[in-house]
Design a protein around this ligand. Structure first.
Ligand code: SF4
Length: 245
């Protein structure tokens, strides 16, 4: 993708959501670090359900260590890989207390030393909690970057490097969230909604899907979810539309 088109892509995503936010529930850098560490291979929704109760009883490293691994496990059992994640959350809480007076460090090196915190988690924490212009590559960003041709790459590190290079400076702060939200709600893994996509004429994906129901048996529920507003806004006699081929 050309630099001019990359700029246009971010301009359009930014126009739709000027101030994008993480969908993870958190209160401060510590709870954000825990929430992001728990979100690996889990949905934000699933993590939020668990953390709303967890953070009501333990929202500091001290309280988390006092809660202990077993009780913490009870709060996060609905999240995949919870045993390992419970161990890591206790481990990172202990390290924060021992090495950083209970505060979350702001540098990548220090963050990545914490148990359960990898490059992606460190990037999210630096971006969301501390305002750094980092771009964390998750499954949505990986897919959108490859499909659109914005930053193709075989692995997250390659995609991150490509995004660092092609993202105009004024969009770096929020690029991560714009691309995640676009991947989560429009450029979905199985049925990208190319017909409703604001960057369709910039996207280089060869297999665009303009009627996402055309590839599978009709699912009235899905159609009803996306069409009612449009239908009700039209005069009745005009609602009769040509059936998709
Ligand atoms: S046109 Fe389709 S494939 Fe391209 S970004 Fe939009 S939804 Fe994704």
């Amino acid at each position: 993708m050309t630099r001019a088109n990359a700029r246009a892509l971010f301009q359009r995503l930014a126009a739709m959501i000027p101030e994008p936010q993480t969908e993870l529930y958190y209160k401060d850098p510590f709870t954000l670090t825990v929430a992001v560490a728990l979100s690996a291979q889990a949905t934000d929704e699933g993590v939020n359900k668990a953390t709303k109760q967890l953070f009501a009883v333990a929202d500091t490293p001290q309280a988390m260590v006092a809660l202990g691994e077993n009780k913490l496990g009870d709060y996060i059992k609905t999240i995949g890989l919870w045993r390992n994640k419970a161990k890591n959350v206790i481990g990172l809480s202990q390290m924060l207390l021992a090495d950083y007076d209970g505060a979350v460090p702001q540098t990548r090196d220090a963050l990545e030393r914490l148990p359960g915190v990898g490059r992606k988690t460190a990037n999210v924490v630096m971006n969301v909690a501390f305002g750094a212009e980092t771009i964390a590559v998750d499954t949505h960003i990986f897919r959108v970057s490859n499909r659109t041709g914005l930053a193709p790459g075989k692995n997250p590190l390659e995609v991150e490097a490509g995004l660092e290079k092609i993202t105009p400076p004024e969009f770096k702060r929020h690029a991560h969230h714009w691309l995640i939200l676009h991947g989560r709600y429009v450029c979905k893994a199985r049925n990208p909604d190319c017909g409703a996509c604001s960057i369709v004429n910039l996207c280089l994906y060869k297999d665009k899907v303009f009627n996402s129901d055309a590839r599978k048996p009709a699912k009235p529920k899905r159609k009803m979810a996306s069409a009612p507003k449009l239908k009700s806004a039209l005069p009745k006699r005009k609602t009769k539309r040509k059936a998709p081929a």
